[in-house]
Design a protein around this ligand. Structure first.
Ligand code: GLN
Length: 281
């Protein structure tokens, strides 16, 4: 580890920040305009401005700003996504869903994908990036989130393959607006039970949009509605890939099975949590 990296790593570690070494490299890479992997081996000297900028970032990070929101970007699956306070930070936990959706879409030669609650667009854009046969529709109730997702689509050169729609799965006309011919649906809806929000890490509860977290009294409010409209929008034989919170997989599966879906699989994320529920129409 180089001296500059070491210095910042220690400051972050002293404040119990996980992955302090990686975050130190991300901060320095950002101010230096280099790839973080280069800093494993050598760190070019920082000029006064860069030194000052790095210190400002470290200080904000110590106040529990999530690093990706300070840097305005987050690596997820294969790409760097633009993020802001208006979108949920992409999490590695969600990559398992992306991989499963890609595998399915490739095997089936799927043509149309729907993302319910797209946020930064990290899920649908990652899938589109890997599956050339696909076009997509991405729904979000936040205009500001859609702006970020559209920027990401542009950045990845996928803007001609995805349409963004502002609206909610609770809208009465949502099925007729979006259509009923999707081969697959992906979704990471808000699922934190309202009373648990106060216990979330500061990085999450103060910096992810509440609208992207709050799953109502039991965390299931959005799944119940998505099961209803999702069933109508999916083609017969199509699949839905759903992210769930810790310990929610059975409840989620039951909700979708009640609407007529068949449970296909439940996948663990890299932390060993049952994270992605897959069902078939
Ligand atoms: N995965 C997020 C968290 O636990 C929650 C995202 C969501 O509600 N979909 O912090």
């Amino acid at each position: 580890m180089t001296d500059a990296v070491q210095k910042i790593t220690e400051k972050l570690k002293a404040h119990q920040i996980e992955d302090a070494g990686l975050e130190a490299r991300l901060i320095l890479a950002f101010v230096l305009g280099v790839d973080e992997n280069e800093l494993f081996f050598a760190c070019p000297p920082l000029n006064e401005d860069q030194e000052k900028r790095a210190e400002e970032l470290v200080q904000k990070r110590l106040q529990h700003y999530p690093l990706c929101k300070l840097l305005g970007q987050k690596g997820f699956y294969k790409y760097d996504f633009i993020v802001s306070k208006d979108v949920l930070s992409p999490r590695p936990d969600t990559e398992i869903l992306v991989e499963a959706a890609i595998k399915y879409a490739k095997e089936k030669g799927a043509k149309k994908i729907l993302d319910l609650g797209t946020g930064s667009g990290c899920i649908i854009l990652s899938v589109l990036g890997d599956v050339a046969s696909l076009n997509g529709v991405a729904l979000d109730s936040s205009e500001k989130a859609i702006k970020i997702a559209a920027q990401n689509a542009q950045k990845l050169g996928l803007e001609n393959r995805v349409k963004f729609a502002k609206g909610s799965w609770f809208d009465v006309d949502i099925v007729s607006r979006l259509g009923q011919d999707f081969d697959l649906i992906v979704t990471n809806p808000p699922y934190i039970p309202t009373q648990d929000i106060a216990d979330l890490a500061e990085e999450v509860k103060a910096h992810d949009p509440m609208q992207a977290l709050d799953g109502g009294e039991d965390g299931m409010v959005h799944y119940k509605q998505i099961a209803k409209v999702g069933y109508q929008m999916l083609k017969k034989g199509g699949k839905i890939f759903i992210e769930g919170g810790i310990g929610q997989e059975k409840q989620i599966a039951d909700i979708f099975v009640k609407e007529g879906f068949l449970l296909v699989d439940i996948l663990k994320d890299y932390g060993g949590i049952n994270r992605c529920i897959i069902l078939k129409k």
